[in-house]
Unconditional design. Structure first.
Length: 218
């Protein structure tokens, strides 16, 4: 049915688009795929209920620019951005602007499906809200779990410096230059940060850090 929540997939890579379509449909989602942000915006898809799963770097309009365009139009559709490792800074920027999540390629299927379920749940909560007030530039973040705050407080000052660089998506070499330490030392601190924060991946670490109000640079 036209009013059923839909996962709108946007990626200029035909193979990626097709694989996502198969994966998400096999998981029981209603899915529509588009080769570009322009193709998505030109139809009625943005006015329909659902969430957006978009590549962050594409020719013409990027996934981040698409997210910004929707926000400017007052469209609160939840957004998940997909990224290669080199584009992590863009993905972090998207999360700071209100994206629900970012997922690194190659995808972990369970992580991807879990992220889509979270985004559709947020879309459902927005649709149920009455009256539909004009959305803020970024959706309000969920309350930070106390255990995440406790993990943050367990970090040393240097580990927090490294975490700040990680949240900014910086490489170990760039963090090392910024802090005037060796890349090997950064690797050690990075491993300790991941362990203390109990994070299995960089996206998970970023989610926890942003929920706690811990951000890197502007």
């Amino acid at each position: 049915m036209a009013n059923d929540p839909t996962v709108f997939v946007i990626d200029d890579d035909d193979a990626v688009r097709d694989s996502l379509l198969i994966l998400l449909e096999s998981a029981g989602f209603r899915v529509e795929a588009y080769a570009s942000p322009a193709a998505f915006l030109d139809g009625d898809a943005p006015a329909r209920p659902g969430c957006l799963l978009t590549d962050v770097r594409m020719p013409g309009m990027s996934g981040l620019e698409l997210q910004e365009t929707l926000a400017q139009r007052g469209n609160p559709m939840p957004v998940i951005v997909m990224t290669g490792h080199a584009d992590v800074p863009l993905a972090v920027r998207a999360m700071k602007a209100g994206a629900v999540d970012f997922i690194e390629k190659p995808f972990d299927e369970e992580t991807l499906i879990g992220g889509v379920r979270t985004a559709l749940a947020r879309a459902g909560a927005m649709a149920a809200a009455s009256p539909p007030a004009a959305p803020p530039a970024a959706p309000p973040a969920a309350a930070c779990p106390p255990e995440v705050l406790a993990r943050l407080s367990s970090l040393t000052p240097r580990e927090r410096d490294v975490l700040r660089g990680m949240v900014d998506g910086k490489s170990n070499k760039v963090i090392a230059f910024d802090l005037s330490i060796s890349p090997r030392t950064v690797e050690i601190h990075r491993a300790r940060v991941m362990e203390k924060m109990q994070a299995d991946s960089l996206p998970q670490l970023v989610r926890m850090s942003l929920s706690a109000g811990f951000a890197g640079g502007p």
